[in-house]
Design a protein around this ligand. Structure first.
Ligand code: PLP
Length: 390
């Protein structure tokens, strides 16, 4: 097949006339910062996930930061997360002056391993942040049980997992957690440009999240004493301006309306990849545990290096040369210079994470991908892997 004159990205948004029309409506309305569309988006989102409440933020990172605030993370507290993730999963703990602690992953699912988690838990563990890597749900029942043993709060990083389900129910319903955070960055399942959301069933967390995204200010005069007058507001906590705009929320509503199409298209692509690539003995294709449905935010293949004459870098380069916008998710967080310097982390501490990092490559998968693009990716991956196999 002929190489396209563009790079096929590993992920990208799908915006259509519906989203554009809604943005124009909002721009012509009275509400640019939070307004009626934001309330509507939050309600629809909570309904989709099966949670009581949803609170929107300006990014997924801001959502995680808000959740750490609501969880009460402070100096001296530890937060445990997976190092095999985007840096935001750990940064959010540090933003609140907590210490990020990493546990290792399960080699099969690439998610936080409950056994490794157990080994790092202590009474200092204020929060556990399981990351549903690539959209594959973490073993939430086990994680929740471990959390209750040490009295820690569970905040799911579901940036990859909107539309995924665990034991037949949607991620975000917070059945086994206190809060769940989502991202609406353009590569994620739905987008608002930048944006994020926290779902919860707990009204105290909801109130804290609302306060945090508006400088820590409360205006509800019932809760203020003494009430100095109708203008009066009170700042009890240090918050941020982490609000989502009304026009972003309008995009979010339209995107959420299209989510079933997005998810089923991802499943179709995943099926085609599975069928075409399962017999290549030099790579391992992703699997999903039973009782789980993955959103397939990412399609991550693992190289079986003993069967290959080239390493990850060479194979990655060859795929890129042929126009595949492949990516590696993720360089481990604990090996980032900031984390080495600040916390003294280093290589050898998380063997499974480090081994997995050295063999993963994410192939393009996004709902707008054409049939031709899918076939082309299959063709290229097969030929590059076959050429490199021994
Ligand atoms: C994208 C992402 C985030 C953060 O989301 P932003 O909207 O980019 O701030 C957090 N965690 C993971 C695992 C992500 O992939």
């Amino acid at each position: 097949m002929k190489k396209p004159n563009y790079v096929i990205p590993y992920g990208t948004q799908w915006i259509e006339a519906g989203e554009i029309a809604k943005v124009v409506d909002v721009l012509e309305s009275d509400w640019l910062s939070p307004g009626p569309q934001l309330d509507k988006f939050e309600l629809a989102f909570a309904k989709y996930c099966g949670s009581e409440f949803a609170v929107a933020f300006s990014s997924g990172t801001a959502a995680l930061h808000g959740a750490m605030f609501a969880a009460g993370v402070k100096s001296g507290d530890e937060g445990v997360t997976s190092s095999f993730s985007w840096v935001a999963s750990a940064n959010c703990i540090k933003y609140q002056d907590g210490t990020p602690i990493f546990c290792d992953i399960d080699s099969e699912t690439m998610n936080m391993s409950p056994r490794s988690l157990e080994s790092v838990l202590s009474l200092k563990t204020k929060v556990i942040v399981p990351v549903h890597f690539a959209g594959v749900p973490c073993p939430m029942r086990e994680i929740n049980q471990l959390a209750s043993k040490v009295g820690s709060i569970v905040v799911e990083d579901a940036a990859h997992a909107l539309g995924s389900s665990y034991e037949g129910e949607k991620i975000g319903n917070c059945k086994y957690s206190d809060m769940t955070c989502f991202s609406f960055h353009p590569v994620k399942i739905i987008t608002t440009g930048e944006g994020g959301m926290v779902t919860t069933n707990n009204p105290t967390y909801r109130d804290a999240l609302l306060r945090f995204r508006t400088q820590g200010v409360i205006r509800n005069n019932e809760n203020i004493f003494p009430d100095e007058g109708p203008w009066y507001f009170e700042m009890d906590d240090l918050g941020f301006n982490y609000r989502m705009t009304n026009f972003q929320a309008a995009i979010g509503i339209e995107q959420l309306n299209r989510i079933e199409d997005f998810l089923s298209r991802r499943q179709e692509i995943r099926n085609e990849y599975d069928i075409a690539l399962k017999d290549l003995y030099a790579i391992t294709i992703p699997t999903v545990p039973k009782d789980c449905v993955s959103s397939y935010h990412l399609y991550v293949i693992r190289l079986d290096l003993k069967h290959l004459i080239y390493g990850q870098k060479e194979i990655f380069g060859r795929l890129r040369e042929k126009g595949l916008g492949v990516q590696v998710h993720y360089p481990p967080i604990h090996l980032q210079p900031y984390y080495r310097r600040t916390f003294g982390y280093g290589s050898g501490q998380l063997p499974e994470t480090e081994k997995t990092y050295a063999r993963v490559i994410s192939l393009p998968i996004f709902p707008k991908m054409s049939r031709w693009e899918v076939e082309y990716v299959v063709d290229v991956v097969k030929s590059v892997v076959n050429e490199a196999s021994r």
